[in-house]
Design a protein around this ligand. Structure first.
Ligand code: HEC
Ligand code: HEC
Ligand code: HEC
Ligand code: HEC
Ligand code: HEC
Length: 661
């Protein structure tokens, strides 16, 4: 029963209840596959200058067209040459749930603001010719109506002319209002519709939400058709900023301040203001608590998309239903403002709320029970230093009987005993500290463990690997060198992987990239060394699924696909490029018995996390929308058999299963 806990709370699934790569926005059905293939082929010539931003963002141009210039057909927007502030706002919006396109959200999830600003600047700086306008064939009355709305508005209905904000030439206004010409009609329709439906939101004040509310469906069709049929003026650049701006909207947040968010409710205003917090004074108990909260990735689960940190309300999908995290800000009524240190300790140690009710182990208290009282007090001091946000906790929607207290109580009798990890005096202080971090606060086994039918970790196999539920990933065994074990790695390489997301033999991907991004990159050297010491000395198991099952035959179709789609980055012989593109020959992600992670990364693509040690990671494009199940199975069967690998082939049904929500 009870929720299987997988933290760091899978944010793409938490955001949308469906892991990103399955859901191609319905509109993407318009994506011209041929155009994508052509652009991918055109990119093959970009090999000469690998250490450029253009190279780092090839994952983006795989969809947005060569250098970010999409065609005038279909759905994909051009991004080249748009105002940098506008592009930056959009990237942050996708990352934080104000705009929805799961494949993009997945790519941007672990990239920090500085890198997004650089990416935005890169595409903004490209000055490429536009494609000719779409031939419209629309009736003249429709076009006339569209033109009138765009250039004169409809004062009687309170509709401002689009040109009032988007510039007299409709090519945009610096720093953050985009041009409206050269965009596909379907895309324009889609965006205006999304604003009307509240699916797309911008930073406050969200002027377009108001504009779109006033447009009827006929207005939307008229203005989109007219805009898409207009030729571009000779000078396609956005107009210079007007001072003072005619309207307050279309601004960009100053670096370092969290963007004002608009979660659609009046109560969101104070919540948004509250996101601008100052860090606790160095050396204070609260500062220690902040560090520990990062080690435990508390904010990953306790922050909902597009709302104030730690205010809860994030939906976490489990095999038993949806659980919502709690408000941990010091609001006395809806948060933990009236909790004593004992109350808080009891929640962490025993999994009981202040009023005594039992909590769901989606909150990883089966691990946190191992933390010490001093650490619990420090985390509470940090939470108390946050701005209070009023936001009532949301009721869980679990299937019967999983939502009942008696079911939870039965589960706890079977699977949960509060208690600390015993110190092992025969081991070093570093090992003991590592055990505390890995098995306690770091709750690594929330993913790296197999679970029984009731979502409880199987005893004795705590770090032996297991599927990450609700996401098509497998968290490999940390106790097997065939999977994610590090017994034979130098300590420095383990530390480097946890701090930067990269080390000579490995790059983190998927859910593990999120762990590094949100948690381990912030840990200090001695704690990372302690974790590495503990991981290195874990008793070794054989991986659950045994050895490689049956060498696979060479796959000529797969080999051809590999040369066309992968070799350019990963090398003809899977040799990769050190620090840039991971080596695939001999890579455990490739040879591991479970092909799940291999399938997941090729379907969805991804970036390693931005960290201080690797601030501008390179990206892997998604292939799920351009290759079908058979093609993906073939290319993966190829990499699993080539270069001396003897791993079993991947089948099309396995790929198909991974696409399903
Ligand atoms: C799988 C295809 C795909 C990939 C890969 C992709 N995008 Fe997108 N992108 C889209 C689609 C589709 C939209 C429109 C989404 C919508 O409906 O709002 C979009 C929208 C955008 C927008 C908003 C454009 C506008 O005019 O408002 C920006 C900016 C953007 N993408 C940048 C990027 C960057 C940067 C990357 C690489 C990190 C990237 N995209 C990767 C498909 C993709
Ligand atoms: C009051 C100012 C204002 C008016 C009037 C206005 N817009 Fe906008 N529009 C904006 C701003 C600001 C943005 C950028 C929003 C963001 O950051 O997401 C925007 C964005 C857009 C986008 C998104 C472009 C893209 O690449 O995704 C579309 C489409 C759009 N506006 C259409 C229109 C149309 C059509 C009209 C006239 C009917 C109009 N706008 C009138 C301010 C305005
Ligand atoms: C994997 C997601 C996840 C992580 C990580 C997580 N929590 Fe939670 N937490 C939850 C969920 C879900 C609940 C709600 C449980 C319930 O209502 O039964 C919760 C509840 C709580 C509660 C009880 C609140 C109440 O009103 O009863 C406290 C206290 C808490 N978490 C503190 C923390 C702290 C401190 C951390 C970091 C050390 C943390 N959580 C990390 C998911 C998480
Ligand atoms: C949200 C689930 C999740 C959590 C929590 C998690 N991991 Fe992972 N981990 C994964 C997945 C999935 C992979 C496989 C993907 C990969 O190789 O990066 C992985 C891979 C790894 C690898 C192998 C990396 C490589 O590429 O060889 C190491 C080492 C590792 N995890 C350590 C840890 C440690 C230590 C913790 C606790 C601090 C932890 N993980 C917590 C999901 C998780
Ligand atoms: C534009 C360059 C590029 C192309 C083309 C590309 N990849 Fe990647 N690939 C990357 C990058 C960058 C990463 C690291 C991503 C990350 O850490 O999230 C990666 C990661 C991987 C990984 C995970 C490796 C690890 O150690 O975790 C696999 C497997 C993989 N790619 C396979 C493929 C296959 C198969 C293809 C062709 C279908 C392909 N890639 C095409 C750039 C590329």
């Amino acid at each position: 029963m009870t929720t299987t806990i997988r933290s760091v709370c899978s944010s793409s699934s938490a955001r949308s209840a469906v892991p990103g790569w399955f859901v191609l926005s319905a509109a993407l059905a318009f994506l011209p596959i041929a155009a994508v293939a052509a652009s991918a082929a055109a990119q093959t010539s970009a090999r000469s200058a690998p250490d450029t931003l253009a190279e780092r963002v090839r994952a983006c141009t795989a969809c947005h067209g060569k250098e970010g210039r999409a065609s005038n057909q279909g759905y994909l927007p051009r991004i080249a040459g748009k105002p940098a502030g506008y592009l930056y706002n959009q990237l942050v919006g996708f990352r934080e749930g104000r705009r929805h396109y799961p494949l993009m959200t997945g790519l941007l999830e672990n990239l920090n603001d500085d890198y997004l600003r650089e990416i935005a600047g890169h595409f903004a700086g490209l000055d490429l010719p536009y494609p000719p306008p779409q031939v419209s064939g629309a009736n003249p009355a429709l076009l006339q109506r569209g033109e009138a709305l765009a250039l004169r508005g409809d004062p009687a209905r309170g509709i401002a002319a689009c040109s009032r904000c988007h510039g007299a030439a409709l090519t945009g206004v610096q720093p953050a209002v985009p041009g409206l010409l050269g965009l596909p009609r379907d895309y324009l329709n889609g965006q205006l519709g999304a604003w009307k439906a509240g699916q797309r939101r911008a930073a406050r004040p969200d002027c377009m939400a108001e504009v779109a509310q006033r447009l009827t469906p006929e207005d939307v069709a008229a203005v989109s058709t007219w805009l898409a049929s207009q030729p571009l003026p000779r000078d396609t650049r956005a107009a210079a900023a007007i001072a003072p701006p005619p309207v307050a909207c279309g601004s960009i947040p100053a670096p370092g301040t969290a963007q004002a968010s608009d979660s659609g409710t009046p109560a969101a205003a104070p919540a948004a203001a509250a996101t601008r917090t100052s860090a606790p004074p160095p050396g204070s108990l609260a500062a220690r608590g902040e560090y520990l909260a990062r080690a435990g990735s508390c904010s990953a689960c306790h922050t909902a998309p597009d709302s104030a940190p730690f205010a809860g309300g994030r939906a976490i999908d489990t095999p038993f239903g949806v659980v919502y995290s709690s408000n941990l800000t010091p609001d006395p009524a809806t948060g933990i403002g009236s909790w004593s240190a004992d109350d808080f300790w009891r929640a962490m140690h025993e999994g009981r709320s202040r009023d005594g009710h039992l909590l769901y182990p989606t909150f990883p208290y089966p691990n946190y029970t191992r933390i010490g009282r001093a650490d619990s007090d420090a985390i509470l001091a940090y939470l108390r230093s946050l701005p209070a946000v009023t936001r009532a906790n949301r009721a869980h929607t679990l299937r019967f009987p999983f939502g009942t207290q008696w079911a939870l109580s039965a589960w706890r009798t079977l699977f949960f005993t509060p208690g600390r990890l015993p110190e092992d005096p025969s081991r070093s202080a570093a090992w003991n500290r590592g055990a505390y971090l890995v098995r306690g606060l770091g709750h690594c086994e929330a993913c790296h463990a197999d679970r029984n039918l009731f979502g409880a970790t199987r005893r004795g196999e705590e770090l032996g690997g297991g599927p990450v539920p609700m996401r098509h990933w497998y968290a490999p065994s940390l106790a097997s060198s065939r999977e994610a074990g590090v017994a034979d790695w130098p300590i420095d390489d383990i530390v480097r992987l946890l701090r930067t997301g990269q080390s000579p033999g490995a790059t983190v991907v998927g859910p593990m990239a999120e762990v590094v991004y949100r948690s381990t990159q912030y840990l200090d050297d001695s704690d990372l060394r302690a974790m590495a010491t503990y991981l290195k000395e874990l008793p070794q198991h054989t991986a659950r699924s045994g050895g490689a099952s049956g060498a696979s035959a060479p796959n000529p179709i797969g080999a051809t696909l590999y040369r066309r789609h992968c070799a350019d980055c990963h090398g003809e012989q899977g040799e990769g490029r050190p620090g840039v593109y991971p080596r695939l020959a001999g890579n455990r992600v490739v040879t591991m018995d479970s092909p799940q992670n291999l399938i997941a990364i090729v379907l969805a693509g991804g970036f390693a996390p931005s960290t201080a040690g690797n601030p501008r990671p390179f990206g892997m494009p998604p292939f799920g929308h351009q290759l079908d199940d058979d093609a993906i199975a073939a290319v993966l069967s190829h990499v699993r058999s080539a270069w001396g690998h003897g791993a079993a082939p991947v089948s099309a049904p396995q790929v198909q299963k991974a696409r399903r929500p």
